[in-house]
Design a protein around this ligand. Structure first.
Ligand code: EPZ
Length: 417
């Protein structure tokens, strides 16, 4: 078993460079099978979620070449084989193969996806979208067969502005006959990145990044080169760590507009930040003000940053609140924060944090990816040693986290025990 050990209370200074976005990459890789030619994607993060998607590509007999931060995907010889339960369950984003295979072959067979246990995570909106395009869906023991004689453009209204459903419907619709309109679409930057990729391959998508996306179906897609956007959640995590330990900590390769909601909250509580064209520099302060965070779809405060941000709120003077509106089960880090010394109570979807409190290192668990990131932030700030177990969750989403933090002065290691 791998554990992460952190000796806390060290000042962090220097520069951390942000990698390519996990949540864009995990959609771009399945999207690449929609062409019959070669797609080259650069700035791919070296994380276990990327590896899991490459395993699926290989099972589908897609030719995959990886070189440092790039991936070359050639689906010329691919076969539309059922994606096994093992592979489907390795990560949430395996579900993007449903849309991509349906778009390309008019048929996809795979199992309910895996991923962090942060809520029920249904896929009903994805399936309703496929049905609207003309697909029939059969579900038996968690195995989904989605099939259409022909995919036809449709008007689809999403009851919830779901990131996954927006992307999946786009993937299925790019090669459908006619025009598809997705209303109440999610607006996250990762969706824009995927739409740009598809357009680079010859798709006709407009409106990505707004709540109405229009997709005019095309017969085929061609070869292309594409770059993954920087990971706004990785950036936000390190910026938050900078507010706890930075002296100063510069976070480089950032698109600041993608993290506006985080930056304004940091300013509101009194964090010393400098925002440049593609970087954010942060210096820790002795005292922070309390605040209220309410997670929301983009451009609101991201649910994926609520957990790391809570560590900062343990250092605010007074009562703060975190209201989680996206996932039912995203407070699993709270019991461990209490063990570290935080004063936090949870009532339904609201956590109340009273600070400032000292944090003292102990043994904690990374219950999911961002809860794991929160444990890392807490361990870096706490007195003494923090040992984190279940770190495979963290490694799913943070490229070279140990190397990046060590390079700015943290004492952090991964040990096999
Ligand atoms: C994406 O998940 C991200 N994952 C999540 O990041 C992120 O938390 C989430 O968007 C919200 O920003 C990836 O991009 C791989 P949703 P996704 O569909 O697409 C409900 C991380 O830590 N819903 O926008 O699965 C759903 O239950 C991860 O990097 C339905 O009811 O999220 C949730 O309450 C965790 N039916 C809400 O919508 C559906 O068919 C938003 O989910 C789909 C979603």
């Amino acid at each position: 078993m791998k554990v992460m050990e952190i000796e806390g209370q060290r000042e962090l200074s220097g520069t951390i460079r942000i990698s390519g976005s996990k949540n864009a990459t995990v959609a771009l890789i399945p999207a690449a099978i929609l062409t019959d030619e070669e797609a080259t994607i650069c700035n791919i993060p070296e994380i276990t979620d990327t590896n899991a998607l490459c395993d699926i590509l290989q099972a589908l007999k897609v030719d995959v070449k990886r070189a440092s931060e790039s991936i070359i995907i050639n689906p010329k010889q691919m076969e539309n084989i059922e994606i096994t339960e093992d592979l489907s369950k390795k990560l949430r984003a395996s579900y993007y193969f449903m849309g991509a295979l349906l778009g390309k072959f008019k048929k996809a067979v795979m199992y309910f996806p895996g991923g962090c246990s942060i809520g029920a995570r249904p896929i009903d909106l994805h399936l309703k979208g496929f049905e609207a395009l003309g697909a029939k869906i059969k579900e038996e023991n968690n195995k989904y067969t989605v099939e259409a004689e022909e995919l036809k453009g449709a008007n689809i209204y999403l009851d919830i502005a779901s990131v996954g459903a927006t992307i999946n419907i786009m993937l299925a619709a790019v090669r459908a006959k006619g025009t598809t309109i997705i209303d109440n679409a999610a607006k996250e930057p990762e969706i824009v990145n995927v739409a740009t990729f598809l357009n680079n391959m010859g798709a006709k998508i407009t409106g990505a990044g707004t709540s109405t996306i229009k997709i005019q179906g095309v017969d085929s897609l061609h070869k292309c080169f594409h770059e993954v956007i920087p990971d706004r959640i990785e950036a936000g995590t390190y910026i938050t760590i900078g507010a706890l330990c930075g002296n100063p900590l510069k976070i480089d390769n950032v698109i600041p507009e993608h993290i506006d909601a985080l930056l304004s909250k940091l300013e509101e509580i009194g964090v010393d930040i400098e925002v440049g064209a593609d970087y954010v520099s942060v210096k820790k302060q002795e005292k922070y003000k309390p605040t209220i965070i309410k997670t929301a779809v983009y451009p609101g405060f991201p649910t994926d940053l609520q957990q790391p941000f809570t560590i900062l709120l343990t250092q605010s003077c007074g009562k703060s609140k975190v209201i989680e509106t996206i996932w039912e089960n995203r407070f699993m880090h709270i019991p461990y924060l209490r063990e570290l010394g935080a004063n936090i109570s949870v009532n339904n979807q609201t956590a109340t944090i009273v600070g400032p409190t000292k944090l003292k290192g102990t043994e904690v668990v990374a219950t999911d990816l961002r809860a794991g990131a929160a444990m890392v932030a807490a361990g870096l700030f706490a007195e003494g040693k923090t040992t984190i177990t279940n770190i495979e969750h963290i490694l799913r989403g943070y490229e070279q986290i140990v190397e990046k933090l060590t390079s700015v002065g943290a004492k952090i290691t991964i040990k096999e025990i």
